[in-house]
Design a protein around this ligand. Structure first.
Ligand code: HEM
Length: 488
């Protein structure tokens, strides 16, 4: 009897604990369907903490990231719905109207927002935040990342592409396109941002950057072994190396051994802000890290899928080859690519656009409501996070008929309707690396097609989104170098 009496509170407690998620789930959905009579967008908040993150991430892993959005827009009959992702109440705005609204209301109704995993990777000082630091970054970047200043890097990118192909592709029967595309974009970033060319240092960065990228958009649980935890550790490893490079550069600048215009690192060290102070070494390290993270995986993903689609569609490959051969033939022996050449790569650019439409490297980005506002008749409370998604338009037959068909001619003439093709976002927060990305992609395409044809080793290889698009097996391809006749 005594045992039963002692056990009852224990049993009740166990029952309560086991039902807690359900209780929270039910109360949460109820409390968030309407507050003070305001109508929130339709949708479900899912499980506590997890929300609907698992479904979002699983659809990506299964290769159908658009399913998360399509299921809900169909179910609720609305291009705006609420959910809970990566630990946050979230509204997803779909279609060109949603994109336009978010891109044109930056700092009026919404501001850019970064998931808590980003704060783990870039642990800002108490006085700052990811948003503040991103504002500083955007102030500095035009001096480097606008088309004019970038043009001088075209020959540098070209010689890096040539060296990369010579070292990693020539004389090989097979390569892993994804690994090689990453190595190429990393070489360019390290050279253009920090003047680093040492292959040992480049190889040292590869693994921690992969962990870091995997932790940017993940479930915010920071325990040993989780993606968030691994990304935090990886960022510390890379930051340590970058800090050493910064300290050496400071010495070199002080002794006039390095030019103030040498690269983006020198520029950051010499830029001052409102308080007339240069940035702290650690802030600079984080900015460089942010640029590499923002640019490295996205551009290498785009290039990987260019390789994939050119293997799948030989007639499109032939058109790209024709365009690039014209350019190659117009060059003198050993002359590197320049801006005039890049402008001639119209068809190759359309192909890369179609690749980024059908397999957008980035699935979208987040904003935060900075005030209560209404959108499409629904209230969006201050503090809620908002997600815009490339897939909501890229994969929608309304804006891209037969969206699964690979067709670069969609980008001819006027091209897609405004706010439908958004791989780089739009408005004031549009990706600041867009012009740099185009240069490094077109330079690579030029060098690759003028040297090789290739075919997929695994024609049915799956594409997964984790959250960036990745070929499941790294896209192994069989290479065939062009005969000497084709080359100059
Ligand atoms: C194909 C390549 C690329 C794609 C598809 C891409 C896409 C994007 C997207 C969708 C965003 C979010 C925009 C938004 O918040 O609305 C973004 C932000 C950003 N990207 Fe890119 N990007 C690429 C390459 C690059 C490169 C090469 C760099 C650096 C050189 C870069 C640096 C950044 C940075 C720093 C941000 C954050 C900007 C901010 O804080 O406002 N990206 N990118």
């Amino acid at each position: 009897m005594e045992i039963i009496i002692v056990s009852i509170p224990f049993l009740l407690l166990s029952l309560f604990i086991s039902l807690l998620p359900l209780i929270l789930f039910l109360t949460r959905n109820k409390s968030e369907s309407s507050i003070n009579g305001l109508k929130f967008p339709p949708g479900k908040m899912g499980w506590p903490i997890l929300g609907e993150s698992l479904e979002f991430l699983n659809n990506g892993r299964r290769g159908v990231p658009e399913k998360f959005i399509n299921d809900r827009t169909e179910k609720f009959g609305s291009e705006v719905f609420k959910t809970s992702l990566i630990g946050e109440s979230m509204v997803v705005l779909c279609g060109p109207a949603g994109n336009k609204f978010l891109f044109s209301n930056e700092n009026k109704l919404v501001t850019v927002w970064f998931p808590s995993s980003v704060n783990k990777i870039f642990p800002f000082s108490l006085e700052s935040s990811a948003n503040e630091e991103s504002k500083k970054m955007r102030k500095m970047l035009p001096a480097f990342l606008k088309p004019e200043p970038l043009q001088k890097y075209i020959p540098t990118m070209d010689s890096i592409a040539k060296k990369h192909l010579k070292e990693h592709w020539d004389d090989k029967k097979e390569v892993l396109a994804f690994t090689q595309a990453k190595a190429y974009t990393m070489s360019i970033a390290c050279k253009v941002f920090m003047s680093i060319e040492d292959p040992v240092q480049l190889a040292k960065f590869a693994d921690p950057f992969a962990l870091l990228a995997a932790g940017i958009l993940c479930i915010p649980i920071d325990l040993p072994g989780t993606a968030m935890n691994k990304a935090g550790k990886a960022s510390n490893i890379i930051r340590k190396d970058i800090l050493e490079i910064i300290r050496q550069r400071k010495l070199d600048l002080a002794e006039n051994k390095a030019s103030p215009k040498k690269d983006i690192l020198s520029h950051m060290l010499l830029t001052t802000f409102e308080d007339e102070q240069p940035m702290e070494e650690r802030d600079i390290a984080d900015k460089i890290l942010g640029l590499i993270v923002g640019g490295h995986d996205t551009a290498s993903t785009a290039l990987t899928f260019v390789v994939k689609y050119l293997a799948k569609f030989p007639h499109i490959y032939n058109e790209v080859l024709k365009e690039q051969m014209e350019i190659l033939k117009s060059k003198k022996e050993g002359e590197l690519l320049n801006w005039e050449d890049i402008k001639k790569m119209r068809y190759s650019r359309n192909v890369a656009c179609e690749v980024m439409r059908i397999t957008p490297p980035s699935q979208g980005a987040f904003r935060e409501a900075i005030t209560d506002f209404t959108y499409a008749g629904f209230s969006i409370p201050k503090g809620w996070k908002i997600f815009w998604s490339t897939n909501s338009t890229h994969k929608n037959a309304k804006y891209f008929p037969e969206p699964e068909n690979f067709d670069p001619s969609r980008f001819e003439g006027k091209g897609p309707a405004p706010y439908t093709f958004v791989p780089f976002g739009g408005g004031p927060r549009m990706c600041p690396g867009i012009d740099y990305a185009w240069l490094e992609m077109l330079v690579f395409i030029h060098n690759l097609v003028t040297k090789f044809r290739w075919e997929e080793v695994l024609p049915n290889e799956k594409t997964i989104f984790v959250p960036l698009a990745v070929p499941e097996k790294g896209l192994p391809i069989r290479l065939q170098a062009h005969s000497v006749n084709l080359e100059k």
